[in-house]
Design a protein. Structure first.
Length: 224
């Protein structure tokens, strides 16, 4: 089992580790959630040996007990490294709330990026609400909506994902707005994602009226 640099927080919980073989290397990833007065989600990744710039990447999403998520951007290592971490921005943790994290691990295979989901962590506090549903509800425009955590049970992500803005406004974001194209080369990954930047996407209600914005942050990965 791969060893990681130590990370320990009060109220933290780790998910199970996954491994991914790509380009002659083995990549490892697990998620962690830390919750006290604030909550933060982490993707903690590594490689079997030091890899070149942009060869290892990750994405992580922090979700509360209502299934609302705050996601990091997909980030790739900006220097040669063996260890690489990505984290979400922190949210204020209401008393009695529970939080968990899940993500995706990326590794350069020589001609593109291979990827593997990183399993959800246990809750950092009390037990989570159940998201084991067979199908999503549908709005008047025929779009499915709900928690992205239900995708494990439904078999696909909803068109509109439950989310909450930094201002505490609850609503939905379009699943296509959350996703970014996978870089074609490690050099492109480094150029696109190693520097801190951000973009905003609309937070809408079920009638597609904009309520607020969600800030998605690029970069922010940490190499060790």
């Amino acid at each position: 089992m791969m060893a990681y640099p130590d990370m320990a927080y009060a109220g933290s919980a780790y998910g199970s580790q996954v491994s991914l073989s790509a380009g002659g290397k083995t990549y490892y990833g697990k998620c962690m959630v830390a919750a006290s007065t604030t909550a933060t989600g982490y993707a903690i990744t590594s490689a079997s040996s030091v890899v070149a710039n942009g060869w290892i990447g990750a994405y992580v999403c922090l979700a509360d007990s209502n299934g609302r998520c705050r996601a990091s951007k997909t980030a790739y290592s900006g220097s040669s490294t063996q260890y690489f971490n990505v984290q979400t921005s922190s949210v204020n943790a209401a008393s009695g709330s529970s939080y968990h994290a899940y993500g995706t691990l990326y590794g350069w295979n020589g001609s593109g990026y291979s990827s593997k989901p990183i399993p959800q962590t246990p809750n950092a506090s009390r037990a989570a609400a159940s998201f084991a549903v067979d199908s999503y509800p549908v709005n008047a425009d025929g779009l499915t909506y709900g928690s992205i955590l239900s995708a494990e049970y439904v078999g696909e992500e909803p068109d509109l994902v439950s989310a909450v803005s930094e201002n505490g406004v609850e609503g939905f974001v379009r699943i296509d707005d959350l996703k970014d194209p996978i870089p074609r080369t490690p050099e492109e990954a480094v150029a696109l994602y190693s520097e801190e930047s951000s973009r905003t996407i609309p937070l809408v209600d079920l009638d597609d009226n904009q309520l607020d914005v969600i800030v998605l942050r690029y970069g922010g990965g940490v190499c060790y």
